[in-house]
Design a protein around this ligand. Structure first.
Ligand code: LER
Ligand code: MN
Length: 257
């Protein structure tokens, strides 16, 4: 398994020093940078040998996914170009606000529209050599695709081989999902994973979390997941000090291989 962290400048150097394999960049936050700033970011990542293999925050806050599909597809094409320019292999579609079922719309209609959109985006991403991981988000962040089971159902209905599921263990914990729900994942359906400690503070894992992390790691091993795991935590402005110890706590995910 490869290990990374969701982060941006000025976190790159500390992430590389902590021995991480990659960085997961927030597309919505970097999309407004100018070409010079983006080039400088690519240079820094290259110098640190820290590839931006993954990206998240796919849609901007401004986009109306169920209002103007053509605009959403134009934005997605630009976003995929940006992700590809960093060499991304995975783009995460969380964007809980953008994809939420709008008030006054039936869930079935939003599902239909999101299926159509994700089918097109999945194909566009395949052309760019990027896989799309749809992220279940806890009930406080969206009203649509909240659990891994929801995500599996959505992806199976979609049937686009370039689109799959993500498990973010913070949302998983927040929703009260249980590890046996991951047993239903078929080989290849789980494309990516995020992790924070199982606590409302969504902080970096602490010694008291070791037992829970060991159980998560054992389940991922059992279902044959061996792709990537990104730390996605609140760092309380202490990223440089906390990232090394956080990476050390991922030991159970490295063991048993
Ligand atoms: C994104 O990966 C995520 O987990 C969300 O909670 C961010 O809003
Ligand atoms: Mn996440």
């Amino acid at each position: 398994m490869k290990f990374g962290v969701c982060g941006k400048q000025p976190q790159f150097a500390a992430a590389a020093a902590a021995g991480l394999d990659y960085i997961e960049l927030p597309l919505a936050k970097i999309r407004d940078l100018d070409e010079g700033q983006l080039a400088q970011m690519r240079e820094e990542l290259k110098a640190l040998s820290l590839p931006a293999e993954c990206c998240n925050q796919f849609f901007s806050g401004a986009i109306a996914l169920y209002g103007d599909e053509a605009a959403a597809l134009r934005e997605a094409a630009e976003t995929l170009r940006l992700a590809a320019s960093f060499g991304a292999k995975i783009a995460v579609v969380g964007s809980g606000k953008a994809r939420a079922v709008p008030e006054g719309m039936e869930k079935a209609e939003a599902t239909d529209r999101f299926l159509r959109l994700m089918d097109r985006i999945g194909d566009m991403a395949a052309d760019a050599g990027i896989e799309i991981a749809i992220e279940p988000l806890n009930y406080g962040e969206t009203n649509f695709i909240n659990t891994v089971t929801d995500c599996m159902t959505f992806c199976r209905t979609l049937g686009n081989k370039n689109v799959g599921c993500l498990v973010d263990f913070f949302h998983f914990y927040r929703n009260g999902e249980t590890l046996d729900e991951l047993d239903a994942l078929r080989p290849g359906e789980l494309l990516h994973a995020h992790l924070a400690r199982p606590d409302p503070d969504r902080g970096a894992p602490q010694p008291e979390d070791d037992e829970v992390l060991a159980a998560w790691a054992a389940k991922l091993r059992e279902i044959g997941y061996d792709r990537r795991l990104s730390l996605e935590c609140g760092w309380a402005k202490q990223f440089d000090a906390l990232i090394g110890p956080a990476v050390a706590r991922l030991r159970p995910f490295r063991e048993g291989k």
